[in-house]
Design a protein around this ligand. Structure first.
Ligand SMILES: Nc1nc2c(ncn2[C@@H]2O[C@H](COP(=O)(O)OP(=O)(O)OP(=O)(O)O)[C@@H](O)[C@H]2O)c(=O)[nH]1
Ligand SMILES: [Mg+2]
Length: 196
């Protein structure tokens, strides 16, 4: 399925956030976890968001306007990845300020999707992000990425482990593969419910 979507803007400072009052859904996760790939697969456009083997590529909030045929338009927001080792402390605190400022000042933000590579247990920064989402009572979902890299039969138990590890309800998790499209329809439905 191809859904009409376009890149809108890259936001490096809070005064650059778009004025258009559309509901929005943001994606968070470690650098290289597959945020941009997920956006491309979800919208059926492999060239929309830049993907890369070089971690830390996305340093800004990247806004995509999604215009489905049947529901109101919304923004998908690709957030800069966290946990990129080569980023210095000043940059890391820029990241924190941008994300914190964004999430706490954006009434149109309807939900945050946290991506975790399902092959590995959540790392300390994944725990921090998960706790942060919980403290702020965001609608949130954990998506286990790169599901094509493990046997299909292993996927449910890996997702359960992630839920247990983060101490979240397993109904707030789902597996995804940008390569095979696994989980795409369920993820789309979650987003539609949040922006409706
Ligand atoms: N096999 C497989 N590879 C994936 C999948 N998702 C992403 N990748 C690969 O993982 C690498 C990183 O993907 P990106 O989508 O650029 O990751 P990102 O989270 O946007 O990274 P940053 O922008 O640096 O934070 C790329 O080489 C992708 O091709 C997936 O579902 N399956
Ligand atoms: Mg990216």
């Amino acid at each position: 399925m191809h859904i009409k979507a376009e890149f809108v803007t890259s936001v490096a400072r809070l005064d650059q956030l778009p004025d258009e009052p559309l509901p929005e859904i943001a994606l968070a996760g470690r650098s290289n976890v597959g945020k941009s790939s997920l956006i491309n697969r979800l919208l059926g456009n492999s060239k929309l968001a830049r993907t890369s083997n070089t971690p830390g590529r996305t340093q800004t909030l990247n806004y995509y306007r999604v215009s489905p045929p049947d529901i109101r338009a919304f923004f998908l927001v690709d957030m800069p990845g966290y946990g990129y080792a080569a980023v210095n402390r000043a940059k890391r605190s820029d990241w924190g300020n941008l994300i914190e400022g964004y999430a706490s000042s954006r009434p149109t933000l309807r939900g945050i999707i946290q991506l975790i590579d399902l092959r590995h247990p959540p790392q300390p920064l994944d725990h921090s992000m998960s706790q942060w989402l919980r403290d702020r009572r965001f609608n949130s979902l954990v998506v286990g990425t790169k599901a094509d890299k493990v046997a299909r039969t292993k996927v449910p138990e890996l997702m359960l482990k992630i839920a247990e590890n983060l101490n979240i309800d397993s109904r707030d998790t789902m597996a995804f593969s940008a390569q095979s499209g696994l989980g795409r329809d369920m993820l789309w439905q979650w987003i539609v419910d949040m922006v409706a």
